[in-house]
Design a protein around this ligand. Structure first.
Ligand code: C2E
Ligand code: MG
Ligand code: MG
Ligand code: MG
Length: 281
């Protein structure tokens, strides 16, 4: 049954790829031009230790500086690239830019911090993510703990792309793995024991209205007790109010990001925050 499911999902995936291939061909070639012209830029959102206000890292979040349409958020172009190889190219551009930025910041600043990179299923499917990251670390002479990667549960669901073995390889390299949007996938519990991840990211949808919504509060409380029992770290995303920060902190969530602290911003602005090192006030 599991085997049949796996075959079916591979077939469905392949079929979807073929259908989308034609439609996306043009967009993909536009997109490759965009990469060549460096229209892709990373924004960075700071991540803080909630109790002390210490800056601990940044999440790299891609933007497309389109010549006619202006600055595009990922929600407006990532879905079009899904299941195409352009997604792998985007991922590589983002990783390269993040590695270069992490290197530069570490040369200019003494504080400890990491840059966390979102990776897509396509980077597992169409390429060797572990090999790519290994050669980037080498090229930039960057210690592995300066970078982290964020994966979603779908990568691991059926291990269609050999994602699990690539993750094991990343772990051996010393790159930490976070499970993004935790709680919104399908496989949360069954895979937690086997994923070589150190940290979960609590999805914004649960953090949002944490204070007013008792169901969200209970979900977050349960996620945090689960992660703590499994010795996993936790980062909350989408913290917008002081009350949310305090509730999360009191429930044992150590780290967080959100508009309360800062929205994603250009690298130059993020570097200024890095110089300040912790939240003021
Ligand atoms: P994500 O990885 O879950 O990233 C968090 C998203 O929440 C970001 O949206 C961020 O701007 C937003 N956010 C952060 N704090 C707040 C807050 O307090 N309130 C609200 N309302 N939103 C907040 P963004 O930058 O639009 O990215 C959306 C999604 O696109 C990301 O979700 C991620 O799944 C994907 N993405 C972004 N960059 C990349 C990338 O380089 N590669 C891949 N594969 N996916 C990416
Ligand atoms: Mg993320
Ligand atoms: Mg997330
Ligand atoms: Mg999310």
């Amino acid at each position: 049954r599991a085997k049949a499911d796996k075959r079916t999902s591979v077939r469905v995936f392949e079929q979807q790829m073929h259908e989308l291939a034609a439609r996306n061909l043009r967009l993909s070639s536009d997109f490759q031009k965009a990469i060549a012209r460096t229209e892709l830029v990373n924004f960075y959102q700071p991540i803080y230790h909630l109790k002390s206000g210490q800056l601990v890292g940044f999440e790299a979040l891609v933007r497309w500086q389109h010549p006619e349409l202006g600055l595009l958020a990922p929600g407006s172009f990532l879905p079009i690239l899904e299941k195409t190889e352009a997604m792998r190219l985007l991922g590589e551009a983002v990783m390269r830019e993040a590695a270069a930025t992490a290197k530069r910041w570490h040369e200019n600043h003494t504080s400890e911090f990491y840059v966390s990179i979102n990776v897509s299923d396509e980077q597992f499917a169409f390429g060797n993510l572990a090999e790519m990251l290994r050669s980037l670390l080498e090229e930039f002479n960057l210690p592995a703990h300066f970078l982290r990667i964020e994966i979603t549960e779908t990568v691991l669901m059926a291990d269609i792309f050999g994602g699990m073995s690539q993750l094991d390889e990343l772990k051996r390299l010393g790159i930490r793995i976070l499970i993004d949007d935790f709680g919104t996938g399908f496989s949360s519990l069954s895979h937690l024991a086997t994923i070589p991840a150190e940290t979960i990211k609590i999805d914004r949808s649960f953090v949002h209205s944490l204070a007013a919504n008792t169901k969200n509060y209970e979900i977050v409380r349960t996620i945090l007790s689960l992660s703590s029992n499994l010795h996993l770290g936790a980062v909350a995303e989408g913290i917008e109010t002081i009350e949310e920060r305090e509730l999360l902190s009191s429930l044992g969530c150590e780290f967080g990001q959100g508009y309360l602290f800062a929205a994603p911003m250009p690298a130059a602005d993020a570097e200024i925050l890095l110089g300040m090192n912790r939240l003021s006030g």
